[in-house]
Write a protein that binds this ligand. Structure first.
Ligand code: GRF
Length: 197
């Protein structure tokens, strides 16, 4: 069975959805480590409660991003991690890290990429007035919110939606979608249509 690590910086609702799916045997892989850059992340409490080892890498303790990423790679090797799942990890990974886990890093983003990259994707889509937005799961390359797409789910923005209801609908979609895609990825049953240019 493949082994994976989840990276999370904050609330960790996607991590929770993954943990819940694992408990129901809906993900055929082993979550062996939760990594954070923020020791106060609620995600770490969720991991602790589920009995999953955690480690925090404080960016302040490293001179460069590369130095931190090298330390993370070392830790992941210790845990024999096969692939990495970003779930609300708010830091950009350096090329050193991306190369070490080439095509083995998944990210979830709350928009239909390549639209609305960045940290405020749901609000940006809502404010723009688009009729449809959604969720993307993709492989991570060296650019931000970019890389070969594994799966997308679209949501219509309804006239009665507020930013809050849209956020809730997007998060529900994420929580259903991410564990399924992780399961398929772990089994080698999902591929990209083509590489994003
Ligand atoms: C999610 O919306 C995810 O798509 C984005 O960051 C958010 C993380 O939420 N990358 P949570 O920490 O999993 O609750």
């Amino acid at each position: 069975m493949k082994r994976f690590a989840v990276f999370a910086s904050g609330y960790g609702s996607n991590l929770q959805a993954i943990i819940d799916a694992l408990k129901k045997d809906k993900v055929s892989a082993r979550l062996c480590l939760v990594v954070s850059d923020n020791k106060k992340a609620f995600a770490l409490k969720r991991a602790l409660k589920a009995g999953i080892p955690t480690v925090t890498f404080d960016p302040q303790s490293f001179v460069t991003r590369q130095a931190m990423d090298r330390a993370m790679i070392k830790e992941l090797r210790t845990f024999h991690v096969d692939f990495v799942v970003l779930a609300g990890y708010m830091r950009i990974l350096s090329p050193v890290f991306v190369k070490a886990f080439h095509n083995k890093i998944l990210n979830i983003h709350p928009s239909l990429l390549p639209s609305f990259k960045g940290a405020h994707a749901i609000k940006d889509a809502f404010d723009y007035g688009v009729r449809s937005t959604g969720v993307t799961v993709h492989l991570v390359d060296e650019k931000v919110d970019h890389g070969p797409i594994l799966a997308q789910e679209a949501l219509s923005i309804r006239a009665k939606d507020t930013l809050r209801t849209l956020e809730a609908r997007i998060h529900r979609t994420e929580h259903k979608m991410y564990p399924k895609i992780i399961d398929l990825f772990a089994k080698g049953k999902i591929s990209t249509r083509r590489l994003a240019a």
